[in-house]
Ligand binder design. Structure first.
Ligand code: KIV
Ligand code: ZN
Length: 386
């Protein structure tokens, strides 16, 4: 693999679908998986096969319907889980079993009532068992974000020896700061024997709004796979948002990495996932929110009308949005009013614009946003025709 490539591992259909109320049926999952394939994701985590017969079936059907990306099935580090995941993946052209166990002190003590040495043994046994079914085995050290680095390095080294091909270092609780998470990845890069033969994966949750920053920090320190979801959906505050990390890598050559995402499909895929899951996207969501390319203050509108680059760092067409929006509100200025009027057929002289602007402000103080219909109404009051 090219050292500059960052693999995009999409877990919309597994971690994303864990969100209450977002349950999808198998045909909907296949529809989304096909779009993810077109989008260019490298790995699709299709589900957690042992969790329900429906999830098992979805992993089987996605394995049959999608051929380009690796298809991954989640399992706990438990023999039966791994066997069921292997069975669900048997039609996949490129199957991957994703197995693991909690490694933080609190997981070891409270979840497993175990000891670090026993957990390490279980981790190794899980990877060996998965390896008896598929070549590609990803190991997750759940709650790695709060796991002691020295112990985490020991676990990583042992699972690499057991055959793991990818090491997932999840910040399961979304606790880490970007420099801390990046330092954790660097510590593993520097201290784990055999690390150069595997891929380190960042899997971040957004409890403190840091999932994207942490994932990028991981990449800056050697991670070469990011686990993420469309629209950042996922447990609690969500997962790393695919559209954000894909565009950050594209916008910042200094990172010296690339990914295979066809960014023009980001908005259509975001809409599809939002519709099928019945989970609306917050308007101010980066890249895919309805306001991501909308300008409403007079100063910004004037700049964007003169040249888009004054207030936009991304060409909307690059992420599948037709055009930037100039929204008319009481904060808008004459430039925006003239621009929007022109769009609906009124080319105003300076004098006409001054007159219409006064009327516009009266309207705009009463309404949150002035629509094209309102503009026609204003022109009628001003005795102007388009
Ligand atoms: O957040 C997490 O730790 C996970 C693992 C199961 C990979 O989703
Ligand atoms: Zn997760």
């Amino acid at each position: 693999m090219d050292k500059r490539q960052v693999l995009i591992f999409d877990t919309t259909l597994r971690d994303g679908e864990q969100v209450p109320g977002c349950k999808l049926n198998t045909p909907q999952k296949i529809e989304i998986a096909r779009q993810l394939e077109l989008l260019g994701v490298d790995v699709i985590e299709a589900g957690f096969p042992i969790s329900s017969p429906g999830d098992f079936k979805s992993v089987v059907e996605i394995s049959k319907s999608v051929s380009e990306p690796i298809i991954c099935g989640l399992s706990r580090g438990v023999q039966k889980d791994i066997e069921v995941a292997a069975e669900a993946l048997k039609y996949a052209k490129r199957p991957r079993i994703h197995t693991g166990i909690g490694t933080s002190a609190s997981h070891i003590k409270y979840k497993f009532k175990s000891t670090p040495d026993q957990i390490l043994e279980r981790a190794v046994a899980a990877v060996k068992h998965a390896k008896s079914f598929v070549e590609d085995v990803e190991f997750y050290a759940e709650d790695a974000g709060r796991t002691d680095n020295e112990y985490l390095a020991r676990v990583c080294e042992a699972v690499i020896k057991a055959g793991a091909t990818v090491l997932n270092i999840p910040d399961t609780t979304g606790y880490c700061l970007p420099d801390e998470y990046g330092a954790k990845i660097k510590y593993l890069m520097d201290n784990v024997r055999g690390i150069e033969n595997v891929i380190i994966s960042a899997h971040c949750h957004n409890d403190l709004g840091l999932a994207t920053a942490n994932s990028i920090s991981a990449v800056m320190n050697g991670a070469r796979q990011i686990e993420c979801t469309i629209n950042g959906i996922g447990e609690r505050a969500g997962n790393t948002s695919l559209e954000e990390v894909a565009m950050i890598m594209k916008q910042h050559p200094r990172l010296d990495v690339y990914n295979n995402i066809n960014s023009k499909l980001l908005n259509p895929v975001s809409k599809l996932v939002s519709e099928r899951m019945g989970m609306y996207v917050q308007p101010n969501k980066a890249i895919v929110g309805s306001n991501a390319f909308a300008h409403s203050s007079g100063i910004h509108q004037d700049g964007v009308i003169k040249n888009r680059e004054t207030y936009e760092i991304i060409d909307p067409a690059e992420v599948g949005v037709n055009e930037s929006l100039i929204v008319l509100t009481a904060r808008s200025g004459r430039a925006a009013l003239a621009y929007r009027s022109h769009k609906i057929g009124y080319t105003l002289t300076k004098l006409q614009l001054d007159e219409v602007y006064e009327l516009f402000l009266e309207f705009a103080d009463r309404k949150k946003e002035i629509t094209d219909e309102d503009l026609h109404e204003i022109m009628k009051v001003a005795n102007l025709s388009g």
